[in-house]
Each structure stands twice: as structure tokens, then as C-alpha cells.
Design a protein around this ligand. Structure first.
Ligand SMILES: [Fe+2]
Ligand SMILES: [Fe+2]
Length: 135
């Protein structure tokens, strides 16, 4: 799916404020990717989609865990802050047709981090913290 179409569809499922945040994260991610020699389009896509499940209510998150067969545990299951990265990765895959496992993993790792973080994981984790983008 191309980046403009991702933006159109993303706008339909998150709040205006979250959309602005996501675009800002995607711009910072693109800049960092260029600086650290990572695929800039993939970094931008991961940044755009990292919070795609953040505005879903708890009931919907729970429903999607079942629907998409998302692996969680008892602790994660009760904490929406930990759930939205996992559900977000599933939405990115199933509804935005993102196939690159590196992008999906960066979405999963964006909130709590991960034991083994790839360059893209780090780019998205950091971009999420340091936006808004300054020209
Ligand atoms: Fe998030
Ligand atoms: Fe975020």
C-alpha cells in the first residue's frame, strides 16, 4: 500500500491529534533512517502506523486479540498501553497489507521496547519520544 493511501486510511481510524502525532513520528523516523542508512520509506510507514490501534477502546482491543489470534499473556491482556502495539501490528498486517516483518516488529516494540531491538525498532521507539519534527 502506498504512503498516501496509508495516510487516508489511517485518518479514518484514529483521532486528529493522534494522526498529527503519527505523521510527525513518521517524519522523524524518515530523517533518522536517512541518517543511519535504513530504508526511509519503510521507516516512514512504521512511524505512520505505530499507533494505529491506540484509539481503539478496550473492548475492541480484546475483540481483535481473538479475531487476529494475537499472542498475549495475562499481564499484557489487562493493560491497554501494552496491547495497542500488538493489535497495531496485526492491523498493519491485515488491514494495511504490510508484509515486512521488520515494520511489524517495530510497531510491536514501540511502547515497551524489546530485548533485541533492530535499527528500525530503535528508530521508531526514539521517534515516538522526540517528535514533533523541527525543520
Ligand atoms: Fe503507542
Ligand atoms: Fe506514539
Amino acid at each position: 500500500m502506498d504512503i498516501d493511501l496509508i495516510k487516508v486510511r489511517l485518518k479514518e481510524i484514529i483521532s486528529e491529534e493522534r494522526f498529527v502525532h503519527s505523521v510527525n513520528v513518521s517524519r522523524v523516523a524518515r530523517e533518522l533512517a536517512l541518517r543511519y542508512d535504513y530504508n526511509a520509506d519503510n521507516a516512514e510507514i512504521a512511524g505512520l502506523l505505530h499507533d494505529c490501534a491506540k484509539d481503539l477502546n478496550y473492548k475492541t482491543l480484546e475483540k481483535m486479540i481473538l479475531e487476529y489470534n494475537i499472542q498475549t499473556d495475562e499481564i499484557i491482556q489487562k493493560i491497554p498501553k501494552l496491547l495497542h502495539p500488538l493489535v497495531g501490528a496485526a492491523i498493519a498486517e491485515k488491514e494495511f497489507n504490510i508484509q515486512d516483518p521488520a515494520i511489524l516488529k517495530a510497531i510491536k516494540a514501540h511502547s515497551a521496547g524489546a530485548a533485541q531491538m533492530s535499527l528500525l525498532d530503535k528508530i521508531i521507539y526514539l521517534s515516538d519520544k522526540i517528535e514533533p519534527f523541527e525543520e
